[in-house]
Design a protein around this ligand. Structure first.
Ligand SMILES: Nc1ncnc2c1ncn2[C@@H]1O[C@H](COP(=O)(O)OP(=O)(O)OP(=O)(O)O)[C@@H](O)[C@H]1O
Ligand SMILES: [Mg+2]
Length: 422
């Protein structure tokens, strides 16, 4: 269910900005419009919806309109044209009081530079919003303490912001946003001011917190790695303020919508995002005991493959049969494949990133079997597919030829596949 719907949204800064809209629609560039009208296009016809409980990342380079966008959602900036619905309610039509209420209970903002009141201690910073909304002291204190606990700041209630590290200050900012238990968190570059290490830690904690809270989060960043790590979906803004692509991290990496997005993502370590499930081949398998040697040989010949997975009639994996064993069996004149089903197969979940499968792929001559949460065999991943996927987006000269090349350049030795015990 969509909690935020944005339709054909424009924000143009300058005098009589509406006259720039027809020019935008005629394809006049941002620079030319600025030259001719003095108007700056910040958001250029954005349309999308954000689902309840999702982390929606808006990413783009400096000046692409990210902050403008997030501030339009709660009308800290007045949009020039378009529609914004929060829980089905039209934000543009809200009067001041309704808007205040919406900002207070539906949307909460976390700012890049924390925005704490320097002379108030942690707990009174966290309860500030509730205080100005007129909540009585006992109630707001209880809510503030709960939020402080959520972000792991227990014991620092009486500290002043100046006594806290950057990471801790941003936790206060987060607690303040969480105190009113809003449906939506708006986070504008909330971690950008932090040291890299603290930043990574805060990202991990946000993921953990989100797994428990299931809030809707709109997260702004100019950092692609951060976007890929946090986003259920990512919207990429171009320099002209236009949304270039909206998709899951995987979709954006594997099917960039245009040259701009492709350039943007070309240096990303794809292997950490692309999952085994997305490069699996269709489950070439036979069902045992219904099918026997003839079926196994036929499948391998038709598909020109040297092994085939064997499942039972519930599609539970039984093992793998290789072409060599099958030929030997055929020579003996037997049809029952039971003795040649090997169970030294590696298995993994479709959600495993391929970076975790490199070592496994190197160790096995056979494809890795994918088993879903219900224990059902859903396909296989071949070495060749992993290499091909890793090579995408690399220069031809640098593309790895073998898995060893990849492991060398990766410097890691992860073990994502499990040896299957049969
Ligand atoms: N108050 C304003 N008046 C005029 N132009 C503005 C105003 N605020 C933003 N802009 C312009 O709108 C465009 C988008 O700015 P915005 O701050 O939304 O970008 P951003 O993506 O958040 O950038 P950053 O990563 O630097 O924070 C820019 O061209 C900017 O110059
Ligand atoms: Mg900004």
């Amino acid at each position: 269910m969509a909690i935020i719907e944005v339709r054909d949204l424009y924000k143009i800064f300058g005098h009589s900005p509406k006259r720039a809209i027809p020019m935008i629609k005629q394809g006049v560039s941002k620079q030319d419009i600025l030259k001719k009208t003095g108007c700056t296009i910040a958001i250029n016809g954005a349309t999308f919806s954000i689902e309840k409980g999702e982390t929606f990342v808006v990413m783009g380079l400096s000046g692409s309109g990210k902050s403008t966008f997030i501030r339009c959602l709660n009308r800290l900036i007045e949009p020039t044209a378009g529609e914004i619905l929060i829980d089905g309610e039209d934000v543009m039509k809200m009067n001041q009081e309704k808007l205040r209420e919406t900002r207070r209970y539906k949307l909460s903002m976390v700012f890049q530079h924390f925005g704490l009141l320097p002379h108030r201690n942690v707990v009174s910073n966290v309860e500030f919003g509730l205080e100005i909304s007129g909540m009585d002291k006992e109630q707001r204190r209880a809510k503030a303490m709960k939020a402080i606990k959520l972000v792991g700041l227990e014991g620092f209630e009486q500290s002043l912001p100046s006594e806290l590290s950057g990471g801790m200050q941003q936790r206060v900012g987060l607690a303040r946003a969480l105190a009113s238990d809003p449906e939506v968190l708006l986070m504008d570059e909330a971690f950008s001011a932090l040291d890299p290490l603290i930043r990574t830690q805060m990202q991990d904690e946000l993921l953990e917190l989100q797994a428990r809270m299931h809030k809707t989060i709109v997260f702004i960043t100019h950092d692609l790695d951060e976007a890929l790590k946090l986003g259920d979906r990512i919207a990429i803004l171009g320099p002209d303020g236009r949304v270039r692509q909206i998709g899951t991290p995987e979709e954006i990496l594997s099917k960039p919508a245009d040259d701009y997005v492709e350039k943007f993502v070309q240096n990303v370590d794809r292997s950490r995002v692309i999952t085994a499930g997305s490069i699996k081949f269709k489950a070439t398998s036979i069902t045992h005991p219904r099918e026997d040697l003839v079926a196994a040989m036929r499948v391998m010949e038709q598909k020109s493959i040297s092994s085939v997975f064997v499942t039972d009639n519930q599609r539970k994996l039984k093992g793998i049969v290789t072409i060599d064993d099958a030929l030997a069996l055929q020579k003996k004149g037997s049809h029952d494949i039971t003795p040649i089903i090997q169970n030294n197969v590696y298995t993994t979940s479709p959600a495993t990133p391929i970076s975790d499968l490199l070592t496994t792929a190197l160790q096995t001559r056979y494809p890795i079997a994918l088993i879903d949460d219900e224990g059902v065999f859903v396909g296989g991943v071949s070495r060749a597919a992993i290499i091909a996927e890793m090579s995408k987006g690399m220069d031809e000269g640098n593309a790895p030829q073998t898995l060893s090349d990849i492991l060398d350049s990766n410097g890691t030795n992860p073990e994502g596949g499990e040896q299957w015990a049969g």
